[in-house]
Design a protein around this ligand. Structure first.
Ligand code: ADP
Ligand code: SF4
Length: 678
């Protein structure tokens, strides 16, 4: 199919200084959890983005010196010739597709704990370290000599960036890293020519733009990443600083000064949330502007360009969820776009110091390691049929990828609607975009003539044996426990069988309690707090109790924690931490303080434990015990995948489904490891 001409403006080339981007799709710098540690994975992943039509593909933040080290976060680096060679693999992969490669030269300052290199971090002042896994330590306040040395470091970084083949070189001036701190009068209290007036606070940024400009002169474009306050009318400081340098670089990459907004999950932030700030910047410069906004709708993208809000569609997450998004618009295949759901699981994995993965795109991070391409898959190994039992995220993805491979697929689901856990959880406020995991797969499946879908078919072992399939994949999910067994306790609490103990599924199916409800969260992610908000809105007096020191601790990795806490406090939900559930009787929930502090006792009409799940693997166990019957029925393989094998997050279930489909008929495939070999 051909592109709808309405979208032509998205495909117009645009000059950025001395280079020209082939279209308006711009993958802004985004962390990958690969960085300097996994150069082959990085090169393959970025190359696939270029293949998918992103006209500009940037690397993640790229450290220019060992005194800017993110420890367990694997950033990119350009310290020496080895780094140059490694990043050359990325620029080659991007150039091979006709796209431009960008590099974000980065110096952290007080945000860098330098746990790996043990160097002292430099910054505008001696500021306490703010890294997540930080140190009770401070940066060194930069002297004039330090500033001179720092400028030389940046120049050297720019030289190496050119050697590595980059077409766009960034000066990185936001996200509370060193340059941001020089600009910001809150941190910058210097009394020399780098502090005080705006002109002085902007001085270092101006000097770096000039320095890098001199180095790259005519051979690459110079971009600056910069942020202003989202409420720039009331907080105009960074906007005023911007006016002083508005015409200096070749391109502005703009964000807002609030990471929770810039990078917010879909629970709290919608598409194009930063538009007002970006449009303001655009009105103050003649240079091209790019910004992100978790754009997944082609019409919203188009409106950004034609409405003069920005010149490029910046994307990190939408390009992770669908590396081929631009190509699909170009080819008129809008229904094939796999939209990001805004879960921030990608970001969570970088925070955990490992390669990013994606809930929607199971091939993310596996491009080199397993040789998975997001659009291509090997043909079926034989003319055989596969029965997939269970239509949750695991079963849907398995059936979809098997269908793509050309197998004859039967997908059986017990419920009327396919989607599994997604059907229940997406009813919760803020989680509706997660339904895209189900809807994209259903859309693809319904167009596959070789896939037959049978809803309202709860299969038992006999029914499976009667069906005509050589392979059986069981994806029957998991159910939430009510007995309190979880991470903190392997024993049921006293009184768990009371009628006043309610289950997660009860609430998600609409059987809402009333009165005083205590929710016990030993899951530490989104579900307990999302239910708390739901019940509170429905009029319950809700108390959330956790045995952890911090409520919803895991939600810090996908950067949702502060949004969650803000909404809980706003809704009036009571919170108790470090309390382990002991028992529930006569309307009283009893807890023991995990560190020997005062135990809690709470009056409650209902108690809802959100602790752990029980795999629903009855069908798999029944089939697995009947090897002879399987053989007699001509069934060659049986496997269980997703939550019925090991309950996990939705991304793990989708991945399990994809992997089962990829590996059907393959001889023990093995993942490669990207590492330095002596
Ligand atoms: P996962 O995350 O592993 O995909 P889910 O719990 O989301 O797991 O989905 C499992 C799906 O399997 C649910 O939709 C459930 O109704 C379905 N299911 C469970 N048992 C059977 C069965 N015996 N036959 C058909 N479908 C089943
Ligand atoms: Fe989007 Fe979630 Fe994938 Fe990240 S992990 S790109 S937020 S769908």
């Amino acid at each position: 199919m051909a592109r709808d001409p309405r979208y032509d403006p998205l495909f117009e080339p645009l000059q950025i200084g001395p280079v020209t981007a082939p279209n308006r799709f711009y993958q802004v710098p985004h962390c990958s959890g690969m960085g300097f540690q996994r150069p082959r994975m990085l090169a393959a992943m970025r190359g696939i983005k270029a293949e998918g039509g992103w006209g500009v593909v940037c690397t993640e933040y790229c450290s220019i010196a060992p005194s800017s080290d993110e420890g367990h976060y694997p950033c990119a680096s350009l310290y020496d010739a080895d780094d140059v060679r490694n990043l050359r693999a990325m620029t080659d992969a991007v150039h091979a597709q006709g796209s431009l490669a960008g590099v974000e030269l980065w110096y952290g300052g007080h945000t860098s704990a330098n746990l790996d290199t043990r160097e002292v971090a430099l910054d505008v002042a001696s500021l306490p370290n703010t890294a997540t896994h930080g140190m009770p330590a401070q940066s060194q306040a930069m002297s004039r000599d330090d500033i001179r040395a720092f400028r030389a470091m940046y120049r050297a970084g720019a030289e190496r960036a050119l050697e590595a083949g980059f077409d766009i070189v960034y000066v990185y001036a936001n996200h509370y890293y060193l340059l941001h701190n020089f600009l910001n009068p809150y941190f910058n209290r210097r009394d020399d020519e780098y502090g005080g007036s705006r002109e002085n606070r902007v001085r270092l940024l101006r000097e770096l733009i000039e320095d890098v400009g001199e180095v790259i002169a005519g051979r690459a474009a110079l971009a600056v990443r910069y942020s202003i306050a989202s409420d720039f009318e009331t907080d105009p400081e960074l906007l005023e600083c911007f006016r002083l340098v508005a015409e200096l670089p070749d391109l502005w990459d703009i964000t807002v000064d609030d990471y929770d907004l810039e990078m917010g999950s879909s629970r709290f932030v919608r598409e194009a949330a930063n538009q007002a700030a970006v449009a303001k910047i655009k009105s103050l410069t003649s240079k091209p502007v790019v910004s992100v906004g978790r754009f997944t709708s082609p019409d919203t993208m188009l409106a950004q360009i034609t409405g003069g809000v920005q010149d490029f569609i910046g994307a990190a997450r939408p390009s992770i969820a669908d590396p081929f998004l631009p190509r699909k618009i170009d080819e008129g295949r809008l229904e094939d776009i796999r939209e990001c759901i805004g879960c921030n699981i990608c970001y969570a994995h970088n925070s955990l110091g490992v390669p990013i993965r994606c809930t929607q795109n199971p091939t993310m991070g596996e491009e080199w390691r397993r040789g998975w391409h997001p659009e291509k898959i090997q043909k079926r190994h034989a003319d055989q049929g596969v029965l997939v039992v269970g239509g949750g995220p695991a079963g849907l993805e398995a059936a979809r990828a098997l269908g793509q491979r050309g197998y004859t697929v039967i997908l059986a689901e017990a419920e009327r609607e396919l989607g599994g856990r997604l059907n229940r959880e997406t009813r919760l406020s803020g989680l509706s975009e997660w339904a895209r995991v189900r809807d994209w797969r259903l859309g693809q499946l319904r167009r596959m003539p070789n896939v037959a879908i049978f809803p309202q078919n709860r299969l038992d072992a006999d029914a499976v044996l009667e069906l005509d399939a050589e392979h059986v994949i069981v994806a029957t999910g998991a159910s939430w426990r009510r007995d309190g067994v979880g991470r903190h306790s392997n024993e049921a609490f006293a009184g768990h069988d009371s009628d006043a103990v309610i289950g997660v599924e009860d609430v998600l199916d609409g059987r809402l309690p009333d009165g005083r409800v205590v929710i016990y969260d030993d899951d530490h992610y989104y579900l307990a707090n999302a239910i708390a908000l739901q019940l509170s809105t429905a009029g319950c007096a809700v108390t959330l109790v956790t045995p952890a020191d911090r409520l919803a601790a895991w939600s810090g990795f996908p950067d949702e924690h502060s949004g969650i806490m803000r909404s809980l406090y706003a809704a009036g939900v009571e919170i108790q931490t470090a309390q382990a559930l002991v028992g529930f009787d006569s309307g009283v929930a009893r807890f023991a303080h995990v560190h020997g502090g005062p135990d809690a006792s709470l009056d409650a009409d209902y108690l809802l434990p959100v602790t752990a799940r029980e795999p629903d693997d009855t069908l798999w166990r029944a089939l697995n015990a009947r090897a002879d019957d399987l053989a007699a029925a001509g069934i060659l393989s049986l496997q269980r995948i997703g939550d019925c094998r090991a309950p996990g997050i939705v991304a793990q279930a989708v991945y399990a489904g994809h992997r089962a489909a990829r590996e059907l008929g393959s001889a023990t495939p093995r993942a490669r490891r990207d590492r330095v070999v002596l």
